[in-house]
Ligand binder design. Structure first.
Ligand code: ZN
Length: 108
């Protein structure tokens, strides 16, 4: 952000005129799914769009000692990290890698 005020990050542009879109409404329809509507910032165009934002996986586990369980699966990159950690533990036995001290997600 600059000292001249907060600048909004342009997430989407209008298909019709390529002006930035601003989010007008958003509502949660599920714990992991949010519906959004966007309006074109060009007043002459004023097109509107709808879409959704969805959480699909855990990219990194919570650092909280008593974190709530989640139904979300590990993201592909995080699942690969978990598998590599298990593989290293098999190879090295009881001598874990320094990074293996990082938490793994709870089994769900
Ligand atoms: Zn437009």
């Amino acid at each position: 952000m600059s000292s001249h005020g907060a600048r909004k990050k342009v997430v989407f542009r209008c298909d019709f005129c390529h002006s930035p879109l601003v989010k007008r409404t958003s509502h949660l329809s599920h714990d992991h799914l949010r519906h959004d509507s966007f309006n074109c910032t060009n007043p002459v165009c004023s097109a509107a769009f709808t879409g959704h934002t969805e959480l699909t996986g855990v990219a990194s586990p919570s650092g909280l000692p008593h974190a709530l369980p989640t139904d979300l699966p590990p993201s592909p990159a995080y699942a690969r990290e978990i598998a590599q950690r298990a593989h290293r533990l098999q190879l090295c036995g009881s001598q874990p890698d320094l990074l293996d001290a990082l938490p793994l997600p709870a089994d769900h």
